[in-house]
Write a protein that binds this ligand. Structure first.
Ligand SMILES: [Zn+2]
Length: 374
């Protein structure tokens, strides 16, 4: 499973003169048949090979052979795999991804981690409580996978067992029982939150059960509640997963939109935020980025100065700050992301209409700052 530590280790890895090969492959069922992901890999290698020469080709041949052996050995688990290899520096990391990624290959000084970050970013940890009046099933959903945890069963006594009870008495008894059951579900959810912290909570089941449970949720759970949907208690985990992933996408889109609006407002009011390439590169250079916000897929060529680490959209013959010779980068945005993470800042990649809005108002990039710059 993908962890923040793995990402951190990859982000801070620098191969120097030794190049790192980063490979992303899909392992969807059509790819697994006759293991055609190996063919896909060879195609990517061939395409990359045509664009490079000399030492780069030698490095590609060396690292591609390691990846090839790994792919030959066995089918990697998961729906996607990310492989990072730099033999001279002892780097080998094969990360199974439970989600499909865009297939790509990169050769460079550093591991290409942007697609991995997008995976982490897109998926929060969700808990789902599927309830009715006498049973409950608790699930967690993370990175596109569902796990079932707890079954709570508090059978409501049958009407026929309560001989001699008046209808009114039975009704009170029944309601008390349902209340007690749902209170217990809320307690189990609190226990799950402590044991396996989650970001969001979803309730599912007949409306009368979910609305009663919602009233009984303590504050930490209520704050995490994002949606409720009707479902039968015997719904399959696959069904619950589908509904939860749809909710997750919706929540993510709304959050992206809010974040971009807040960024634009703060920058426009000259608060602790900047918009656009020039101001963002400047903020990254001074280490002042608290959170970088970037439109999904944004790329721009540029350069980085080895002397003073200044980032630029062009490649000046000599650095205006320290007169050193900046190195050309095919994608300076990738470095902007890496440098932000190295400095302890956060990175948020936004999609859809939020990305369009950010492109329209800030060239697709901006940042919240730790302190005022300039
Ligand atoms: Zn410089």
């Amino acid at each position: 499973m993908l962890t923040f530590q793995q990402i951190h280790d990859l982000v801070t890895f620098d191969g120097g003169s030794d190049l790192v090969l980063s490979t992303y492959l899909n392992l969807t069922p059509d790819r697994q048949i006759r293991r055609t992901y190996r063919v896909a890999f060879e195609d990517l290698v061939r395409q990359l090979e045509e664009t490079i020469s000399g030492e780069q080709r030698a490095a590609l041949a060396r690292e591609a052979e390691r990846v090839r052996q790994y792919l030959e050995a066995a089918l990697p688990p998961g729906r996607g795999v990310a492989v990072f290899s730099c033999a001279p520096r002892g780097l080998w990391e094969a990360i199974s991804l439970p989600v499909v990624v865009g297939e790509s290959i990169y050769l460079g000084r550093r591991p290409y981690v942007r697609p991995l970050l997008d995976v982490l970013d897109e998926y929060e940890r969700y808990a789902v409580a599927l309830v009715d009046k006498e049973k409950a099933r608790l699930f967690t959903v993370y990175l596109g996978e569902i796990e079932e945890h707890t079954l709570v069963v508090d059978p409501v006594p049958g009407k026929h067992d309560e001989g001699g009870w008046s209808q009114a008495n039975y009704q009170r008894h029944h309601e008390a029982h349902v209340y007690w059951h749902l209170k217990r579900v809320a307690d189990e959810l609190s226990a799950l939150l402590r044991r396996r912290p989650f970001d969001r909570l979803v309730l599912a089941g007949p409306e009368e059960a979910t609305s009663e449970l919602r009233r009984l949720l303590p504050r930490p759970l209520r704050q995490r509640l994002v949606a409720t949907f009707p479902a039968e208690l015997f719904a399959s985990p696959a069904e619950i997963l589908d509904r939860t992933l749809a909710i997750e996408r919706e929540v993510e889109r709304e959050e992206d939109a809010h974040l971009v609006e807040r960024l634009i407002e703060t920058a426009t009011a000259r608060g602790l935020a900047v918009l656009g390439f020039a101001a963002t590169l400047e903020a990254v250079w001074t280490g002042g980025v608290h959170q970088l916000v970037v439109a999904d897929g944004l790329e721009h060529s540029g350069s980085e100065c080895p002397g003073c680490a200044r980032l630029s959209l062009d490649v000046p013959a000599s650095c205006p700050v320290c007169q050193d010779h900046p190195q050309a980068l095919s994608d300076v945005i990738e470095r902007v992301i890496e440098r932000t993470l190295e400095e302890g800042g956060a990175v948020k990649s936004v999609m859809g209409s939020a990305a369009d809005r950010l492109r329209e108002r800030g060239e697709g990039i901006g940042a919240f700052l730790r302190y005022a710059v300039g």
